[in-house]
Write a protein that binds this ligand. Sequence first.
Ligand SMILES: [Zn+2]
Length: 261
Amino acid sequence: MEKLPRLVIWLIMYCLSFLIFVSTISGDCWAEDFIIAIDIGHTINTPGATSARGVPEFLFNQNIGTLLHKQLRQDKRFKGSFIINETGEDISLSARAAIANQRGAHLLVSIHHDSVHPKDLSPWLCQGSIMPHCDKFTGYSIFYSEKNRRPLSSLIFAVILGSEMLQGGFCPTLHHAEYFRGGDKDLIDKTRGIYKYNNLVVLKEAKMPAVLFECGIIKNRNEELILGDPEYQHKMVVALFHAIKLFCSQPNIIESSQNNR
Ligand SMILES: [Zn+2]
């Protein structure tokens, strides 16, 4: 599919926000067994960001990914859902997308926790060690790729997820916008915290709609503690779950196959 003109993106977002709030959800999915591939970002050996208190991002991702999987498995419509990289083995980004493709997932959600640009970090003393942190930014963000084979459906899921997050009382971070200025990287929706990031490998190589979800910023000392709170984690998983339920009850948009490889 060709890249989406900005007007189309805005139209989708405004139409969807209306539909989401007024439509009655039938509860029926367009696929009998709607399979979600939950990708746990990073690995034990390359764990991604490090929190303000020195905890590897992978452990945060693993926790939310596992909770989401448990929640999905309780609903028979999503019983085929699975986790990619449950144990944190070394695996490439392409291999993650390939697993989702091979197993016929209908939606890919890659779970991450966010960091900040090094220029925004400052040191603090944490349990006898000097650790970098940043309390300036807080919140979740959602990324989709126009190079994904289903860019429109990916954006629709991003809009639904952003709306559910807002309804759940979460706030997005806009700090990525400092470096995302048009072209392949852009802030698309300030209100819902949606960014276009075309070259994210796990998204662009997936054959199904896909988003990368940054749950929050673990470099922020307060947000790190909140993200570790089981009640907060449950609320976030519920927002993800509601978004998935709503997405699967939308009409299945068949997109042009120009992106087929
Ligand atoms: Zn990450």
